[in-house]
Design a protein around this ligand. Sequence first.
Ligand code: ATP
Length: 352
Amino acid sequence: MRVHRIAAIGADGIGPEVISAGLEVLEALAARDGGFRLEVEHFPWSSEYYLRHGHYIPEGGLEKLKTFDAIFFGAVGSQQVPDHVSLWGLRLPIVQGFDQYANVRPARVLPGVKSPLQNGDKIDWVIIRENSEGEYAGNGGRAHRGLPIEVGTETAVFTRVGVERIHRFAFELARKRPRKHLTLVTKSNAQRYGMVMWDEIFYEVAKDYPDVKTDRELVDAVTTRMVLKPQTLDVVVATNLHADILSDLAAALSGSLGIAPTANLNPERRFPSMFEPIHGSAFDITGKGIANPVATFWTAAMMLEHLGEGAAAHRLMEAVEAVTASGLQTPDLGGKATTAEVTREVCRRIAG
Ligand code: ATP
């Protein structure tokens, strides 16, 4: 029996609701498969926990987390804690501490889901986000606080190692897809140093992948291409900030933030990787039982794939797509179903 140890961190807002739904379908898959078992440990780290204890991750917390095979994460963000505090307190210490430098964000329109685009069915993208440096390197400072001469700086950091490894990861992934096409997203017309290096290294790495077709697009131009010519994109590699923005657009174009998944990977597997829905805490619907669990289900499928359970991942996506196609959908997709109803139906289809 294969055993996978999962650290579950529901955290804030609808995070715990969707993680609990995700664990339900994972259990259904393990029961159906019979070949693997999940050992799940829950971690109570959240903004509520921070307000009580003064920290998100307690002493020794990351060390403990390091022993797991994967991390299944909900959402962080609270109206009681400034966003930069919650992000740097919980999510980023894990992502950066565990060198999860490759952030993978697939986007496509699931059956029965309506895209705001007329040709939304043409969306079939994977956005690769550099996840360890760039604009989110935490390099900057504030001085003369509160005075008229106050100054704030925020310096993006691009290293040769950081840039090369993400481009190589993107080429490897593009090579495995039928279209074998990779688009470099950049802003090297206006940003003359780090971004120019970003482009140069891309073309150096490209020499090792003659079978992958490439093109280059400025980040502003790629937004219009996503909307007007979605069929011309396949795999996209972009910096931390650019990909952050592009993937919210990709999620909206695929029908809802409620269906978009993501994986934060440490490809060398020196540390556990982390799997989370793209959406945030969504306070407006927290506790109402109507959060769309599909993003978390798709996320769970990516986690299973990473754990070597490809068959279970495939079965999960088949069940999810059958349910979205049947019209059983939460309100964000225009339906009336609850989180529990969608979860139950996915579990029923998994049981077959
Ligand atoms: P954060 O600041 O943590 O990113 P937010 O509320 O500003 O949180 P999101 O949580 O990403 O931003 O969501 C924006 C809106 O999208 C929510 O208010 C909600 O209506 C909708 N939404 C997001 N996720 C879901 C979901 N899983 N199911 C249904 N609706 C969702």
